[in-house]
Design a binder for this molecule. Structure first.
Ligand SMILES: Nc1ncnc2c1ncn2[C@@H]1O[C@H](COP(=O)(O)OP(=O)(O)OP(=O)(O)O)[C@@H](O)[C@H]1O
Length: 248
């Protein structure tokens, strides 16, 4: 479980994150959604220990995140970023195994076995792994990024707009696969997305933010049927359907 307790962040006079407390239960997936600039990435980065909060604490399975344990906790956390965040000068395979090699986890043979297993899990043909990131499609890069995130069998997986840069068909395919991976691996997953359909499909629970605070958390159905404030309904309605007449 990850707990965020009274976490707050300001930049100058601007509040990026008002005091926020949330629990992310073990084995569940939470989607964080909201308009641009509402503080989604700030919240995720504070949870990841990538930026410090001004106040409050983040607690991983009872352990308060601090400068002393951040590196250890990072090894137990998988990250997936929008563009994959892969090292351009390394092959896909080395991107996947690099951290394990550096920290001396496993042998060459066991790492090769793990790569095989993860390639099957994310449905990436192993032959693609000899390529550098520039020679992979966006969807393939995200599969590699997912393999890298899962390599050390992390307890927690944090994803910041992992599918944001993909075309709708690739995105939909990867949504289906991510959901099945999350269900199979039973990890604690926190995912930032701009897409309400994706948030509802992948998340057991959706956390809707606006202007640095959490407006409502619940299932997509709860948000739709019992909106905490008019903004919730407005946000849910804001995604245009393809057959909608162009009223503007
Ligand atoms: N390093 C920084 N310095 C100053 N202001 C920042 C910094 N990082 C974020 N902010 C501000 O904090 C607020 C929240 O930013 P954040 O990136 O968390 O939003 P977001 O919801 O992830 O947005 P987006 O969906 O566009 O990525 C914004 O107003 C942003 O301009």
């Amino acid at each position: 479980m990850i707990e965020v307790d009274g976490v707050e962040k300001t930049y100058g006079r601007a509040t990026a994150l008002a005091p926020t407390s949330i629990r992310f239960e073990a084995g569940t997936t939470t989607s964080i959604i909201g308009p641009s600039g509402c503080g989604k990435s700030t919240l995720l980065r504070i949870i990841a220990g990538l930026i410090p909060a001004d106040r409050g604490k983040v607690i991983y399975d009872g352990e308060v995140l601090s400068t002393d344990n951040v590196n250890g906790l990072r090894l137990r956390t998988g990250f997936v970023l929008q563009d994959g965040g892969l090292f351009p000068h390394l092959t896909a395979q080395r991107n996947v195994t690099l951290v394990a090699e550096v920290i001396g986890r496993g042998t060459d043979a066991s790492r090769r076995e793990r790569v095989k297993e993860l390639a099957a899990l994310v449905r990436l043909p192993e032959a693609r792994l000899v390529n550098h990131p520039r020679d992979l499609s966006g969807g393939e890069r995200q599969r590699v990024s997912m393999m890298r995130a899962l390599f050390l069998d992390p307890s927690w997986v944090l994803l910041d707009e992992p599918l944001g840069a993909l075309d709708p068909i690739t995105r939909r395919g990867l949504q289906t696969e991510l959901r099945s991976i999350f269900a199979r691996l039973n990890k604690t997953v926190i995912l930032v997305t701009h897409d309400m359909g994706e948030a509802a499909y992948l998340g057991d629970r959706v956390l809707l933010m606006r202007a640095g605070r959490v407006v409502q958390e619940g299932t997509a159905r709860e948000l739709a049927e019992q909106p905490a404030e008019p903004f919730v309904s407005e946000f849910l309605r804001a995604q245009r359907s393809p057959l909608e007449e162009d009223a503007a």
